[in-house]
Design a protein around this ligand. Structure first.
Ligand code: PLP
Length: 374
């Protein structure tokens, strides 16, 4: 049996989500825009899912726009806002869905993007953020809630308060935190938030954008009037219902699951430090309050085992992600590890956990890594 510790890449589908999807894959096949009974049932499933997700975020149902995933929700918001904001402040450590969209906007629309500096742990310089916002009111700030490579958690309440104080619009990519943390768009003064179903035990191909009701966006696509014309095209009722049930299941068990996952993470780090001398954590990965509970990123010292490490682990039945600071080897170089100045001769492993992992699996991973690094 494979040990799956790559839950920041994607998660297995929860049985609850699967059960919620099945009726829409079988009997309720109507087009949600059709007025006959099967169409109306599909529409009702979508609107029920919208209400459920909105209630979990403490927002209005009309503020939830369904998309095909995190990338689309991010693009819809950033591209849809670009014509209204003179300046966007973001971080070079963002996921490519934000980074490349902003670079594209810089090149094609003349939008000016200011890249916020960060410290050696990858934490953004909030003093600089305040200074920049004081200079330029009406700015859009795009900072991710948790970094997908290091797990670094943004002090989101503090950033929200700064944005509110300087009349800035605040957008966050919450793809890595949705399902693990309660998302509070109002408390955090958010104008927009993106989330993705497949990171929280929902299906692939579904996500949503929270869009504060007063914000007007230009759509990316043009066509029918679905999703208030912001995302035209026939909806995917099965995926939407699966996403809402998956998120609800995460919320129903959040405290227990978080305690379990945090214990797995702490145990793995503790045991790896015993068997691999010189192992280090990346970013704030080792700090429970400043790091997403489900992500542990480590750097391993130079060793022959570093070569083709991901492949060796895969052969040993362990699925994880890697990311190096250099382009050598099979992996793409990581802009995050390069920015954090992780030495090129170190191997980076990202372990990411879910409620379906066990302590026994962690012990197996430790013994297999110990054998590789002896
Ligand atoms: N943002 C972050 C932080 C992510 O980790 C990912 C997925 O890896 C995305 C955005 C993109 O989400 P999706 O795969 O749903 O397009």
């Amino acid at each position: 049996m494979q040990i799956y510790l790559d839950n920041a890449a994607t998660t297995p589908l929860a049985p609850e989500a699967r059960a919620a999807m099945l009726p829409y894959l079988e009997d309720i096949y109507g087009n949600p825009s059709s007025t006959h009974a099967t169409g109306r049932k599909a529409r009702s499933g979508i609107e029920q899912a919208r209400k459920q997700i909105a209630a979990l975020l403490g927002v209005k149902a009309t503020e939830i726009i369904f998309t095909s995933g995190g990338t689309e929700a991010i693009n819809l918001f950033l591209q849809g806002m670009a014509h209204q904001v003179p300046v966007i402040i973001s971080s070079p450590l963002e996921h490519p869905a934000v980074l490349k969209t902003l670079q594209y906007l810089e090149q094609t629309t003349g939008t000016s993007v200011r890249w916020l500096p960060h410290n050696a742990l990858g934490q953004p310089d909030l003093t600089r953020l305040e200074e920049w916002l004081a200079d330029q009111p009406g700015t859009l700030v795009a900072l991710m809630h948790a970094n997908n490579e290091t797990g670094n958690l943004l002090p989101i309440e503090e950033v929200g308060a700064i944005c509110q104080q300087h009349n800035a619009l605040f957008f966050t990519d919450a793809v890595q935190t949705a399902g693990h943390y309660v998302l509070s768009p109002q408390k955090w003064h958010l104008a927009g938030l993106a989330a993705s179903a497949h990171k929280l035990h929902g299906p692939k191909g579904a996500g949503f954008l929270y869009l504060r009701q007063d914000i007007k966006l230009q759509p990316l696509l043009h066509g029918g009037s679905q999703e208030r014309s912001l995302r035209p095209g026939t909806e995917n009722p099965a995926a939407i219902a699966g996403m809402a049930t998956a998120l609800q299941t995460c919320h129903d068990n959040m405290q227990t699951d978080k305690a379990h996952i945090s214990r797995l993470k702490a145990h793995l780090l503790n045991e790896l430090q015993k068997v691999i001398p010189g192992i280090k954590t990346n970013g704030t990965s080792s700090l429970p309050e400043a790091s997403a509970c489900h992500i542990l990123s480590v750097s391993l010292p130079p060793h022959p085992a570093n070569d083709m490490l991901l492949f060796k682990l895969d052969m040993a039945g362990i699925a994880v992600s890697a990311g190096s600071a250099c382009a050598s080897g099979a992996q793409e170089p990581s802009h995050v590890m390069a920015a954090l100045k992780v030495p090129e001769d170190q191997a980076v492993i990202r372990f990411s956990f879910s409620r379906y992992n066990s302590l026994e699996e962690i012990d197996t991973v430790v013994s297999k890594l110990a054998a590789l690094y002896q």
